[in-house]
Design a protein around this ligand. Structure first.
Ligand code: SF4
Length: 226
């Protein structure tokens, strides 16, 4: 069985995207937010925590600290108390206060709009920066690679890498830039609903015929293509 060419892989990947778009028309960033500041805070809180749990604590957090200036002046213990249920709350509270202070001191209280400036903020790595740039500012600078995107990218034969930075690079090469932000929404929704971690529901999966790992008999794509 011959290996899949780069062009064929790109074509297959974008067909998968089109089918997932039809299957999950509601795919979106699941962290509740009204602006870039709120999204930055919610994304920091989402590390090792579900989006649902984050959405339960952020209303009170944003009520008490509605902007970076307010959060920069917050007491560590007060922030910890509000975000306790999201786990790792001491480190998260430290990151949030540090991030807010730097946003106030260096950026006039506005969340910056570049990858370089964002990743210099405490608690903000490339993944968080991609979430902020793509969803708060509509800038496709990269692809958010979380646990779902990592798993599905491998199952779908888009990559053989496990390292998120390498996976992101491969996904950026497969999809046009304007698809980068929504690609992760689609893969995350599909990973939650159908291609779940333990027992993927290949029998009801709309991209089974394009998936090397499909458990459906008669699938068109063979494992060797990955
Ligand atoms: S066919 Fe199965 S393994 Fe492939 S994407 Fe669908 S659910 Fe996941």
């Amino acid at each position: 069985m011959s290996r899949e060419s780069k062009a064929r892989k790109r074509e297959r990947a974008n067909r998968v995207f089109d089918l997932l778009l039809k299957e999950h028309p509601d795919a979106h960033c699941a962290l509740d937010h009204r602006n870039a500041y709120e999204l930055a805070v919610a994304t920091v809180l989402s590390a090792q925590c579900t989006d649902e749990r984050v959405n339960r604590v952020t209303p009170e957090l944003f009520r008490r600290y509605p902007d970076p200036a307010a959060l920069a002046g917050a007491r560590q213990s007060a922030v910890e108390e509000i975000i306790r249920s999201t786990g790792f709350f001491r480190n998260k509270a430290k990151s949030l206060r540090g991030m807010a202070r730097k946003v106030v001191q260096r950026h006039g209280g506005e969340i910056p709009r570049t990858m370089g400036e964002l990743t210099e903020l405490p608690g903000v790595g490339r993944k968080t920066a991609n979430v902020i740039l793509g969803n708060a500012f509509g800038l496709d600078e990269g692809v958010v690679v979380d646990t779902h995107v990592n798993r599905l990218s491998n199952r779908l034969g888009f990559t053989k890498e496990r390292d998120p930075v390498r996976i992101e690079r491969e996904l950026m090469a497969l999809f046009p830039r304007e698809r980068w932000t929504h690609l992760s929404h689609l893969l995350i929704f599909h990973g939650r609903r159908t291609c779940v971690a333990r027992k993927p529901k290949c029998g009801s999966c709309p991209v089974a015929s394009l998936c090397p790992l499909s458990l459906v008999k008669g699938s068109l794509v063979q494992a060797s293509l990955a």
